[in-house]
Design a protein. Structure first.
Length: 193
């Protein structure tokens, strides 16, 4: 580090801290880590006390051209070695393609396992309550179904009896009509027509 910059080390640190106050609270800026100078640019790094940023450092780039006042170029929070980083960005189309492939694979696996799952589920269900196979909520369905069948058979028999009676009544009505027709025919014969 040149002697001119060495004497201004305190000025560079003060300028860098002042620049960081524009983007972050003072309590998040920790101790000075280092000052590097290369190609008329000083890079000033501070530890960060911000939670979740282990291994990161506040970095301020300052122009230190000879004969000119130092000027802040850039301020940022940069990851260091071993810092926790987000995964590389993947375009949406690639993520969608991968998602669809995973869904198709999961569907194929599910389709293969459905038959086995159904059989095992049926077996498990049969074993749950073997004494209540025909019961629904403790009611024997077949028992009531037999009673309903008997009642419906009785109803059908009653309907048949009623139909027979009505048929008999119709037959009697037909006989009465036929008798009246015969009486009319006899009257016509008597009149000589």
């Amino acid at each position: 580090m040149p002697d001119a910059v060495a004497h201004d080390r305190a000025a560079l640190e003060a300028l860098a801290r002042e620049a960081l106050l524009e983007i972050t609270p003072a309590k998040t800026v920790g101790a000075l880590r280092e000052i590097e100078v290369a190609d008329d640019v000083a890079t000033v790094r501070f530890s960060t006390t911000q939670g979740g940023y282990l291994g990161w450092a506040w970095t301020v780039s300052i122009a230190v051209n000879p004969g000119m006042e130092p000027s802040v170029l850039e301020t940022e929070l940069m990851p260091g070695d071993g810092a926790l980083l987000a995964p590389d960005w993947v375009p949406w189309a690639d993520r969608l393609e991968e998602y669809l492939a995973q869904q198709a694979e999961a569907g194929a696996e599910e389709g293969d396992g459905d038959d086995a799952d159904d059989e095992s589920a049926d077996d498990e269900h049969d074993d749950d309550h073997p004494e209540h196979d025909d019961d629904v909520d403790g009611v024997d369905v077949d028992l009531h179904a037999d009673e309903d069948d008997d009642e419906s058979d009785d109803d059908v028999d009653e309907d048949d009896d009623e139909d027979d009676e009505s048929d008999d009544n119709l037959d009697e009505d037909d006989d009465d009509d036929a008798d009246e027709d015969d009486d009319l025919d006899d009257e016509d014969d008597d009149s000589g027509l």
